[in-house]
Design a binder for this molecule. Structure first.
Ligand code: FES
Length: 136
């Protein structure tokens, strides 16, 4: 790496650090996928991405991405009107991924959500605290 390349990296690092803000200007790093335009997520809505194993939820605070893989034995979780239900042994989770009914005992993990322009990106490779929300 020459000096010119190094200075470019130094300029780009602050941009990458701000990727969670609404003003992100480049695609998120990692295996993030495009979950669609933010207007597809009105308050109190949710969309399941079965192949990705993710459910994107917008509550009254903001947008979050919850794993659609049950913490009991790894089956897929279905989206119901106000809960998430495992298709195998019928554990029930809140829309935030907290356990309501077992046999699962652990909550569903949350993944990083980023807004790029007007589109929501979810990175299933980055687990974040359950309190994290993308404010839109
Ligand atoms: S795999 Fe979900 S309850 Fe068993």
């Amino acid at each position: 790496m020459n000096r010119r390349t190094a200075s470019k990296l130094l300029v780009l690092l602050p941009v990458a650090a701000c990727a969670h803000r609404r003003t992100a200007v480049s695609a998120p790093a990692g295996p993030a996928f495009d979950a669609g335009p933010v207007e597809d997520y009105p308050p109190s809505s949710a969309v399941r991405f079965r192949i990705r194993g993710v459910i994107v939820v917008r509550d009254q605070i903001g947008v979050m991405a919850v794993s659609a893989i049950c913490t009991h034995e790894g089956c897929v979780v279905s989206l119901q009107s106000d809960s998430l239900v495992c298709e195998c042994h019928h554990s029930v989770f809140t829309m935030e991924g907290d356990v309501i009914q077992g046999p699962a005992t652990r909550p569903l993990p949350h993944f990083k959500v980023t807004l790029l322009g007007t589109r929501i990106y979810v990175d299933p490779g980055q687990v974040v605290p359950a309190t994290d929300r993308l404010i839109v």
